[in-house]
Design a protein around this ligand. Structure first.
Ligand code: FE2
Length: 177
């Protein structure tokens, strides 16, 4: 047992017992991942412009590679959030009145998986015949990015809400002298 374990009481409100330390670690890892995803989105948007400005094989290969990197990271991130001990279940457990938001987030994961799948299947190895064909990808990319940006903001607010609730629970559990 660590020296400060007395200050890391378990949450007893939800179906899953989670210490403040575990919760902070989870919150920090989700925040870091959102930050990483924002960077990947930025890199992908940059290479999209680069290909548009110079539609050659090398830029096309970069475009495909960045899409693949973003897609893999996103799919893994969604699975981690949806896991039995993942962020969404933790929110449900600690903030039961936010179930509707959690269900909406799960639904958005489904929509974003579909958008990613659609994009990945459209982006084949030969470059598009012309820029018009390439530009047809833009609305899907835009939709994915705007959905993702709003989605991550909601999740970040929920992370804050969960941490606040845990602090309140701890305060109310602390015996008064
Ligand atoms: Fe997320």
């Amino acid at each position: 047992m660590s020296a400060n374990s007395h200050s890391e009481e378990s949450n007893t409100q939800g179906s899953r017992s989670m210490s403040m330390l575990e919760l902070r670690t989870l919150a920090e890892s989700i925040r870091k991942d959102h930050h990483e995803l924002a960077k990947l989105r930025y890199d992908f948007a940059r290479i999209q412009i680069e290909y548009h400005n110079a539609p050659n094989q090398s830029n096309w290969d970069n475009f495909r590679r960045e899409l693949d990197k973003l897609a893999r990271h996103l799919l893994l991130h969604f699975s981690e959030e949806e896991a039995r001990d993942g962020f969404l279940e933790v929110v449900k457990s600690i903030l039961p009145d936010r179930q509707t938001e959690v269900a909406a987030l799960r639904q958005e994961h489904i929509e974003m998986r579909e958008l990613i799948g659609g994009l990945s299947s459209q982006v084949g190895s030969p470059p598009p015949v012309d820029l018009r064909e390439f530009n047809e990808l833009a609305p899907k990319i835009k939709q994915l990015f705007s959905l993702l940006s709003e989605h991550d903001s909601v999740e970040n607010r929920l992370i804050y809400g969960v941490l606040e609730q845990m602090k309140q629970d701890r305060r109310s559990q602390t015996p008064k002298h």
